[in-house]
Design a protein around this ligand. Structure first.
Ligand SMILES: *Cc1c(COP(=O)(O)O)cnc(C)c1O
Length: 452
């Protein structure tokens, strides 16, 4: 089965319509947009965020002892998964998405599933946003000192922060990263969640004293209300997943840090030896920030692909139609329901679509079956505890190769030949905090879908 349309024609309305129709049928799809566009975001936001993480590191080390190994720096390793690679190469026909496709030989994984505090990529953006908000509150009160530990452990600062509240709406990992960090700093926190959000996440948040507000029914409407309340309150800070530059900047720091990690692994990157990166995508903030950071470091030598579930391809749909945050997946009849709960987002980020969408080299949609199957494979082969969302990049890597083989891309330099010479990184975005029982249920589900 061919998984892409001829991207050379993608600027014609008809072909984009055909791709949209394909999305509406929930068929796994690959799209390489022909035109590129620079971002109008200021790369200095990365320097500022990186400096902020560095300044806060000694405090994070004290508040979260699990960050002691890295001195309070939140970073994850780049590794290989040799046993998984072997298993996949032996049976690339795991699902129809990857049928006939080859697994790229030089495939690495970025272990954001192991990031401290939230066990997910949200430890980058979410925690940065909380640190930035706390810093602003303390600065405005004239209480900022030279040292993060002295400043934030002083009585007046603790009292001040206790009178401020962080408000966020999230069914998952964002709420967790924001809630745990804000509470550790002494801020009050409200996390709006849908009633069907995972019980263990609600419990974990309540344990640390976060207010968890559960919404039955229309979560989007409930969130709009929560946001209005927060915006009317001068003591409240609303975390806006669709527009926040602080979240985005936190993710972007990963690009610079990865450059150093690749150097340490003696991986030279150039037009001759490009880097292909596969990023699980929900609202687009995390993959958008990482892409922005990587493009700053590597320019054209890095190719970034956003991977979404077939039932919630919000960023791809927004880009395809040119409507970005102006369209949601229900407009093409999709229900947005997926086992990849971290990616179950009906409407894309405004920031990402409009301000850096032209940097994205390709979009891929993957079925729930392939995500869950890959979650089980990674567990069996590597003992890795991943959530289905986190496996999207692993599924997409071979689909991109297949699509470049079948149809090619009209994006300059994006060829099957470049793919074959490239280093590939599947960004694993979350899972290490998923409880045993929950993870076992995912694996059992996968075995039900297809005997392994
Ligand atoms: C949030 C999340 C993503 C994607 O991030 P967005 O900013 O929503 O695009 C990917 N994987 C996991 C596990 C996540 O929690």
């Amino acid at each position: 089965m061919s998984t892409s349309m001829n991207a050379g024609m993608d600027t014609s309305g008809a072909t984009r319509e055909a791709l949209t129709a394909r999305l509406a049928r929930t068929q796994p799809t690959v799209w390489f947009p022909a035109e590129t566009a620079p971002s109008d975001l200021d790369p200095q936001i990365i320097d500022v965020a990186e400096a902020r993480f560095r300044w806060f590191a000694p405090l994070l080390e004290q508040l979260f002892p699990e960050t002691g190994r890295t001195g309070g720096v939140l970073e994850s390793p780049v590794e290989k998964f040799p046993a998984l690679h072997c298993a996949l190469t032996e049976d690339v026909a795991l699902t129809e998405d990857v049928e006939g496709a080859a697994i790229p030989p030089n495939l690495w994984v970025k272990r954001d599933d192991l990031l401290p505090i939230s066990g997910s990529v949200k430890s980058r953006g979410g925690i940065h946003e909380v640190l930035a908000a706390a810093e602003r509150i303390v600065s405005e009160a004239g209480l900022m000192g030279q040292d993060a530990v002295e400043t934030f452990r002083s009585e007046p600062v603790a009292q001040l922060l206790g009178t401020h509240r962080i408000v966020v709406g999230s069914t998952g990992n964002l709420g967790l990263s924001i809630g745990l960090t804000a509470r550790a700093l002494g801020l009050a926190v409200t996390v709006h969640m849908s009633t069907d959000a995972k019980a263990w996440k609600k419990q974990r948040l309540r344990e640390v004293g976060a207010d968890v507000v559960e919404h039955a029914g229309n979560f989007t409407a409930a969130m709009a209300e929560g946001r209005q309340q927060a915006e009317a309150d001068p003591q409240a800070h609303f975390v806006d997943d669709e527009r926040s530059l602080d979240l985005f900047a936190g993710y972007a720091v990963a690009g610079r840090r990865l450059a150093g990690q690749l150097q340490a692994l003696s991986m030279p990157l150039s037009a001759e030896h490009p880097l292909f990166v596969y990023l699980p995508c929900g609202v687009g903030g995390a993959p958008g920030g990482v892409t922005f950071g990587l493009k700053q470091e590597f320019g054209e030598a890095v190719r970034c692909f956003f991977v979404e579930p077939t039932h919630a391809p919000s960023v791809m749909l927004g880009r395809l139609t040119g409507r970005d945050e102006g369209i949601a997946v229900d407009e093409i009849g999709l229900d947005g329901r997926t086992l990849a709960d971290g990616l179950a987002v009906p409407r894309p980020s405004e920031l990402v679509g409009r301000h850096m969408g032209g940097l994205i080299d390709g979009f891929v949609t993957v079925s729930d079956e392939s995500l869950v199957g890959m979650t089980a494979r990674a567990h069996h082969a590597e003992g890795a505890r991943l959530e289905p969302s986190a496996c999207a990049g692993l599924v997409a890597a071979s689909m991109v190769g297949q699509a470049l083989d079948d149809d090619g891309a009209s994006r300059p330099g994006l060829t099957r030949d470049a793919y074959d010479r490239a280093t590939h990184i599947a960004w694993l975005t979350g899972g290490s905090m998923v409880p045993d029982a929950e993870h076992h249920a995912i694996i059992r589900n996968a075995c039900g879908i297809r005997a392994l």
